[in-house]
Write a protein that binds this ligand. Sequence first.
Ligand SMILES: Nc1ncnc2c1ncn2[C@@H]1O[C@H](COP(=O)(O)OP(=O)(O)OP(=O)(O)O)[C@@H](O)[C@H]1O
Length: 278
Amino acid sequence: MVSLQHLYFAYNKAVPILEDVNLSLRPGRIYGLLGKNGAGKSSLMYNICGLLFPASGSVSVLGHTPALRRPAFLQQVCLLPEDFEMPPMRISEYLRMYAPFYPHFSHEAFENYMKVFGMPAQQSLQALSHGEQKKVLISFTLATNAKLILMDEPTNGLDIPSKRQFRKVIAGGLQEDQCIVISTHQVKDLDSLIDEVLILEDRRIILQESVSGITEKLSFRQVMSLEETEMPVYSEGSLKGYAVVAVNRKAEQSRMDMEMFFNAVMTEKEKILSLFQR
Ligand SMILES: Nc1ncnc2c1ncn2[C@@H]1O[C@H](COP(=O)(O)OP(=O)(O)OP(=O)(O)O)[C@@H](O)[C@H]1O
């Protein structure tokens, strides 16, 4: 569905942002794009949807070159940006104006998502708080039924109940021919949703791995003492002892803690990446 080969991107030639990025994304999956502030997550997403253009390398999305921004491409891709400003109009007018860009837009699904968020469907956008506007945009983005949905920090600005509602709408919203990429720092909000993790660091994707592939190689445990753990790779002290990421030598089953995993990769990059080299 998405194939990036040797992608280079810079806002200013002297400061490369993405260098030799290679990536392949499949339908039916939810990808979590993780990286530190300024790693280039938004820039990568904007290259994928054709709002920014690579200096070199190729980007192919659903058989299209995004930079050409052909209507047949645009109607299959929807980006939820991190920052946005809503036009001064009612929700119904917004739908009348923007839904026709997406031939598979479902008004019924939009209303259902809005209901899950506890949002009234008839409102002036300007009368809503920023978090409420975001709920409208999330509902709109999912209701487009676009084949590729890119969400940049979707849970920023949402309160705690809304984050739960967000998980609910995403979990119920993905169809087999769709792919969702979610860029986030707030990994705790999303770790139950994500099928595959992408880590952007040092201007490239240093790791692409499914959650099941990660838990096959690593175990995530809570222990009282570090001596209880064989081959710990990374640990964090907690009130209940230690949260530990260890090499999974005994094929233990554990639930992945995405925040621990991200911190482990950032702190013990070489050790962890060596486990996933193919
Ligand atoms: N319009 C721009 N012009 C010049 N540099 C930019 C521009 N937008 C972003 N940058 C720079 O590109 C780098 C990557 O930014 P980007 O927003 O893609 O990172 P990010 O991983 O999404 O960051 P964050 O997690 O903080 O949102 C940063 O160093 C940023 O300062």
